[in-house]
Design a protein around this ligand. Structure first.
Ligand SMILES: Nc1ncnc2c1ncn2[C@@H]1O[C@H](COP(=O)(O)OP(=O)(O)OP(=O)(O)O)[C@@H](O)[C@H]1O
Ligand SMILES: [Mg+2]
Length: 279
């Protein structure tokens, strides 16, 4: 029996309403009428159907007052299905910025990103949200757990947004929290968890919908080496078992050595690792 009424009622236990878009996803998306208007887009979609992600000439800058900060200045990378790519570079090199673009959480000023041949920048917002929810798991550097929800509720949230049945979502959430070593912290709110425990909740949340693409921003940054190794083992085993594509931004040399390919960012460009290594 599920003891989490918030999952059924559509409200947080504190009474806060669910994000409306969480419940309003239609079972069929609106027709992508713009495809008809853009034969060139269709052509592009057929060009790289096998790659998981392909970024072409990405530029991203921020305006700070009258100053423009150019973070990415023409980054291109192709990531194959089931690949494990480590993203490295000095602090401020643009690793998180690139991960956010690859996960459709932010948009480039210039350049395009294709997923399975689909141009993400051409997707309507609803379709992009659905792509993120169903295909992508994102482990944020700053976790971004919802403070009103306990660990299990945070983990289950993306599953409920994907309309996975409550009992299934909760069972899966419990299993994932056990796998990240938090069996005895499921009912703790984020403020009742240590930084490393919050990070592990965020990891479990990213895995709940069995994403085909996992984008992880410093997933072991707040963990002791033993726990961090366990997390990397878990992610690597998901890759082996389910062909999950892993892209991990990390300063941890041990994590990077596990990756067959390392993409190095410096001065806003890729300085090594742009080309896929043979499988
Ligand atoms: N929203 C923003 N507005 C202005 N500048 C930003 C914004 N987001 C990031 N930056 C700047 O962009 C640069 C790259 O940031 P990013 O977070 O991608 O670096 P990073 O490589 O992930 O660094 P770290 O290893 O410290 O996590 C930084 O200099 C940062 O100050
Ligand atoms: Mg970062």
């Amino acid at each position: 029996m599920v003891s989490t009424p918030w999952l059924k009622r559509g409200t947080y236990r504190s009474g806060v309403s669910w994000p409306r878009w969480g419940w309003s996803l239609p079972s069929t998306l609106p027709a992508r009428h713009h495809d008809r208007k853009r034969p060139a887009l269709l052509h592009q979609r057929l060009r790289s159907p096998d790659s998981q992600l392909e970024a072409r000439d990405l530029h991203k800058s921020y305006n700070i007052g009258r100053r423009t900060l150019e973070v990415l200045r023409g980054v291109s990378v192709q990531i194959e299905r089931g690949e494990f790519l480590a993203l490295r570079g000095a602090s401020g090199a643009g690793k998180s910025t690139l991960l956010h673009l690859l996960g459709g959480l932010d948009t480039p000023n210039q350049g395009e990103i294709f997923s399975g041949g689909t141009n993400l920048s051409k997707l309507p917002n609803l379709a992009l949200s659905r792509w993120r929810n169903q295909k992508v798991g994102f482990i944020f550097q700053a976790y971004h757990l919802l403070p009103e929800l306990d660990a299990l509720e945070n983990v289950c949230l993306p599953a409920r947004m994907a309309r996975i049945e409550v009992d299934t979502a909760v069972a899966r959430g419990r299993e994932l929290l056990k796998r990240v070593g938090l069996a005895d912290r499921m009912d703790h709110k984020p403020f009742e968890l240590s930084g490393g425990e919050q990070q592990r909740v965020a990891i479990a949340r990213a895995l709940i919908n069995s994403p085909e693409l996992l984008l992880a921003d410093e997933p072991t940054g707040n963990l002791d080496s033993h726990t961090g190794e366990g997390i990397i083992e878990l992610l690597c085993s998901l890759r082996t078992e389910h062909q999950t594509t892993l892209v991990i931004a990390t300063h941890d040399a041990k994590v990077a050595t596990r990756a067959p390919r390392v993409l190095e960012l410096a001065d806003g460009v890729v300085c090594s690792g742009a080309n896929a290594s043979p499988a």
